[in-house]
Design a binder for this molecule. Structure first.
Ligand code: ITT
Length: 192
């Protein structure tokens, strides 16, 4: 079955392929010329549903969207749903990671706990939309470490590990990530 991965983020698309290839024919947003909607909702779940429904209405196919981000406890959950926007128009995540470090220093905050969230929504054209949310807890660390992965991976160490997501082999990140946890929930929700 064809499934349109409604994301313009190459890092996410790579992980979605790794998780779904062999089960679905994954088609990327660029292959169907999918425009990017404004993310106007106030939660990960809301934005994932918005993106999945927008994509399904646009291309008339079953679409999967991911809304995700990094939340830092001492920053009251920021950048959270604004994770992409903290990278600025150029989506420069070195700038965004520096901003997190600077804000923590300015606050004199010692609490480094943080978590990644991934909300995954599957929408059928003119049909239902199923949504789930996965999370992985850990800490942020500075300076940045590792050049694997994408986005905020170089500053996030998941609980029980010493490597950042940016230092881990993709298979290790995929075995424990927020996105994988959301996929497991999605599979359960779609089978039930
Ligand atoms: P789409 O909306 O087209 O999917 P986007 O990059 O704009 O792409 P989001 O609005 O969901 O997606 O923004 C999420 C941001 O959070 C993303 O740009 C990354 O910087 C970051 N992020 C999400 N998942 C991540 C992961 O697994 N590792 C590192 N950073 C991640």
């Amino acid at each position: 079955m064809r499934l349109v991965a409604a994301t313009h983020n190459a890092g996410k698309a790579r992980e979605i392929h790794a998780l779904l290839d062999g089960h679905y024919t994954v088609v990327t947003a660029t292959e169907v010329n999918l425009p990017e909607p404004a993310e106007t909702e106030t939660t990960f779940v809301g934005n994932a549903m918005l993106k999945a429904r927008h994509a399904a209405a646009f291309c008339g196919e079953v679409c999967l969207a991911d809304d995700s981000g990094l939340s830092v406890t001492a920053l009251d959950g920021a950048p959270g749903i604004f994770s992409a926007r903290w990278g600025g128009p150029q989506r420069d995540f070195n700038v965004a990671m520096d901003k997190i470090e600077t804000r923590l220093e300015e606050l004199g905050a010692h609490d480094r706990t943080a978590w990644f969230t991934s909300a995954l929504a599957v929408a059928w054209p003119d049909g239902p939309c199923v949504v789930v949310e996965g999370r992985v807890d850990g800490v942020v660390t500075f300076p940045r470490r590792g050049d694997r992965g994408f986005g905020y991976d170089p500053i996030f160490i998941p609980d029980g590990h010493t490597l950042t997501f940016g230092e881990m082999k993709p298979a290790l990140k995929d075995s424990l990530s927020h996105r994988t946890r959301a996929f497991e929930m999605l599979k359960a929700a779609l089978i039930d």
